[in-house]
Design a protein around this ligand. Structure first.
Ligand code: ADP
Ligand code: ZN
Ligand code: ZN
Length: 729
């Protein structure tokens, strides 16, 4: 008997081992095994148990031990992982190990300590705690407000530590208790009709999904606030009633406590989530709950596409256009595309939802591969926000803000509402420029300006993360006279605080929002509805529900309009509408102002006057005429090296190899340096392969990779293949 094992190494092959010398367990595919690989011990995954090896049996080493008594991964998932490794040209062993949660890749022992649960002692009150014991008070309020026992893990996820728990035990305010009753009878889900009547569009969508049998893909294109979530709920409900599970994929930024709360309010079955903010162990617990069938609904970010499900019923992807569904380093898979493969494999329906569907999905709908379900109206009587272009070509700006923008903010605030100011740049200003010679301070390691931050004061390169103090003098001319050029969130926040001294201004970006808990607290505060101004980046744009926001101002609507990436327009339109969708989601009508230098840009006009679907149709036409994705398929060979020219020279070698394969269907462009050639000290170049024939592309890439693996010139260049790239680099 020979074990074929996947190991986390950058070599595209599996490794053969003999079973451990002493073992009572029969090895099976999907179990983990500890092996020696060179000088190192590794945890690997058995992919197959076979009778013969290509190597002489007496040369094979025995595995050290089997780590599991039963398979963690079934053959369907192993097949999916194998498919993904081939499709995305990633080393097979590393790809297959991605099927395991990180905890299981690191820890041999997967037994979980029994979870502790805590509750409030009868009679305990906040008065027993001093005012300054903020954390302890927070913990006690949380437990009091929740009303049911809370697990240690959930308390930790909310930012509390053992020390605060101990302090409260000592004061006899909280005590250990047994876990809350989990209601595993999913049939007790409340009949949803008791909430509200579906609109006819919603009703049609639900019917189409719920009547489908076996595999079927749906594209649910519903404007923001149209009640897509309600459609997901009814589709999930049907599966729960049949004893099945639902897997919901969301973008990282979209997995908000608000979303969890909506699911929890709606369903009484166990719902688990999985995202990067959780500990490895907590993620493993969720993974295990899905595998064992305990979790009926799993809501997770992209890597959840690999979670085993005991009784899979339906897959849903919210914000299917979101780029965070594609992994951008290492194993470069797209979770949406893998979800389709998986749904087909499992013969279950899949729903892709978005207010601004990707052009890929829209073209699939056009081609009849997905069924398009449209929700064109906002739900429950809310009206669509009014979008207005603000021509700023001849306007003096105050820290980036036009006079009309400021007066709109003023009038919305005085009507008792909230305003949201969106700018996709954090920091104080995107560059610091010498007044006397005009040169900006650049990053030494990147072809990029350093961003000026004031809180705390520093220069920060957003591409390589390098941080430096603010220079005393210009290194070119010696002048000490600098001025910040352009505006980021900090500058706008500062100016608005001066101008609107009597309302709070909250900044939301990666710098201001260090923890999830701080962010959640701010959201709760904002949703009390008192007038305030929110200033932020796309962290604000997605998934959140701000009932009192009636005005959204987009400060740099032009970013993306003239991007070198052909996807620039699509991105711009998606982001604009996502941000705009934050306005007026309840009974108060919303207004959206877009500051632009290009008020007469035809695509901007189409987007505003006729909406996203019309805009997308026009974009699709130009993509087709230009022979661009989604009408063709691409792969990028990306290379980087310490010296300028090396990466390009290496890609030239690859190009020559590809040229001699003589593939008339394959179009090669490049090699050329990346848009930002130097980044984090590396000089980068790329070669783009475009073709209409996906299978040919796969064959060529597979041959190419074999050639690269044996090529001797590659040592000074790092290179990788990105299949179906979603960005030029
Ligand atoms: P989307 O996900 O499409 O942006 P949501 O699902 O968040 O929209 O719905 C927006 C709001 O409308 C929510 O508060 C939701 O409860 C409500 N809603 C959804 N469907 C209906 C309906 N048929 N009637 C009334 N309100 C609805
Ligand atoms: Zn200077
Ligand atoms: Zn840099």
């Amino acid at each position: 008997m020979i074990l074929r094992v996947a190991l986390p190494v950058p070599i595209n092959q599996l490794f053969d081992y003999l079973p451990p010398n002493i073992t009572e367990i029969t090895p099976h595919a999907g179990m983990r095994v500890r092996v020696r690989f060179g000088p190192r011990l590794m945890i690997g995954l058995i992919v197959d148990v076979v009778q013969e090896s290509d190597y002489p049996t007496d040369k094979l080493k025995a595995a050290i031990e089997l780590l599991d008594k039963e398979s963690l991964i079934d053959s369907d998932l192993l097949n999916l992982g194998g498919w993904a490794a081939r499709y995305y040209q990633h080393p097979i062993g590393d790809a297959l190990l991605n099927l395991l949660p990180l905890f299981a890749r690191k820890e041999a022992d997967l037994s979980l300590p029994t979870e502790e649960y805590w509750k409030v002692c009868t009679g305990a009150s906040l008065d027993a705690l001093p005012k300054h014991a903020i954390k302890q008070r927070g913990l006690l309020s949380l437990l009091t407000d929740t009303g049911t026992p809370c697990s240690l893990t959930s308390l930790r996820d909310s930012g509390f530590e053992r020390t605060q728990i101990n302090a409260l035990i000592e004061k006899q305010l909280i005590e250990l208790c047994s876990p809350p009753e989990t209601n595993s009878d999913t049939r007790s889900t409340q009949p949803s009709s008791s909430f509200f009547d579906l609109s006819s569009e919603q009703n049609n969508a639900v019917e189409q999904i719920n009547l489908s049998q076996g595999f079927k893909a749906f594209l649910l294109a519903g404007v923001t606030g149209s009640g897509k979530t309600e459609v997901y709920f009814r589709a999930i409900e049907k599966q729960l009633n049949a004893g099945k599970q639902a897997l919901v994929l969301v973008p990282e930024i979209g997995l908000t406590p608000q979303l969890m709360a909506r699911f929890q309010a709606r369903f009484s079955c166990p719902i688990l989530c999985m995202h990067s903010g959780m500990s490895d162990r907590a993620r493993y617990q969720a993974w295990f709950a899905a595998k064992s069938g305990h979790a009926k609904i799993l809501i997770g970010t992209r890597s959840s596409i690999f979670v085993p499900l005991k009784d899979p019923g339906i897959l849903l992807i919210d914000e299917e256009h979101d780029s965070s569904l594609k992994q951008q380093d290492g194993f470069r898979y797209h979770a949406r595309d893998l979800a389709l493969v998986r749904a087909k494999q499992l013969q279950i329906p899949i729903v892709l939802g978005s207010a601004t569907p990707s052009l890929e999905s829209l073209s699939n709908a056009q081609a009849g591969r997905y069924q398009l379900l449209e929700l064109t109206q906002r739900a429950g009587g809310a009206s669509a926000p009014t979008l207005k272009l603000l021509d700023i070509r001849h306007e003096p700006l105050d820290s980036g803000l036009a006079a009309d923008t400021l007066s709109a903010i003023r009038s919305h605030l005085s009507a008792g509402n909230q305003a949201l100011v969106f700018i996709n740049r954090r920091g104080f200003s995107p560059s610091l420029v010498c007044r006397s010679c005009g040169s900006p301070v650049d990053c030494l390691r990147c072809d990029a300006h350093m961003t000026l931050h004031r809180k705390p004061p520093r220069l920060h390169c957003h591409h390589c993360d390098r941080q430096t103090p603010i220079p005393k003098a210009c290194h070119l001319c010696g002048s000490a006279d600098f001025h910040p050029s352009g505006s980021g969130t900090e500058r706008i926040e500062g100016r608005l605080t001066e101008l609107f001294a009597n309302v709070p201004v909250h900044r939301v970006d990666r710098d201001s929002t260090h923890s999830r808990t701080a962010f959640d607290r701010l959201m709760t505060e904002v949703n009390k509805g008192e007038p305030c101004i929110l200033v932020g980046t796309q962290m604000l744009a997605k998934g959140h529900h701000f009932p009192a926001v009636t005005l959204v101002c987009i400060i740099n609507a032009d970013a993306g309009l003239f991007s070198a990436d052909f996807r620039g327009m699509e991105r711009m339109a998606q982001l604009t509408l996502q941000v705009a969708g934050r306005a007026g989601r309840e009974n108060r009508p919303g207004t959206v102002l877009l500051q632009t230098q290009n008020a007469d840009h035809p695509l901007l006009q189409t987007l505003l006057d006729q909406g996203y679907m019309e805009f997308a149709a026009e974009e699709l036409t130009s993509r087709r005429l230009a022979g661009l994705p989604p009408y063709t398929h691409q792969a990028i060979i990306q290379a980087e090296a310490k010296k300028q020219g090396w990466a390009e020279a290496y890609l030239m070698r690859i190009r020559q190899y590809l040229d001699q394969l003589q593939q008339p269907e394959l179009m090669l462009s490049g090699p050329f340096p990346n848009q930002m050639e130097k980044r984090a000290g590396f000089f980068r170049a790329q070669l783009i392969l475009t073709t209409v024939n996906r299978q040919r592309l796969q064959q060529v890439l597979t041959e190419l990779r074999r050639w690269i693996d044996t090529d001797t010139e590659r040592s000074r260049v790092r290179s990788w293949i990105d299949v179906d790239p979603i960005d030029s680099y």
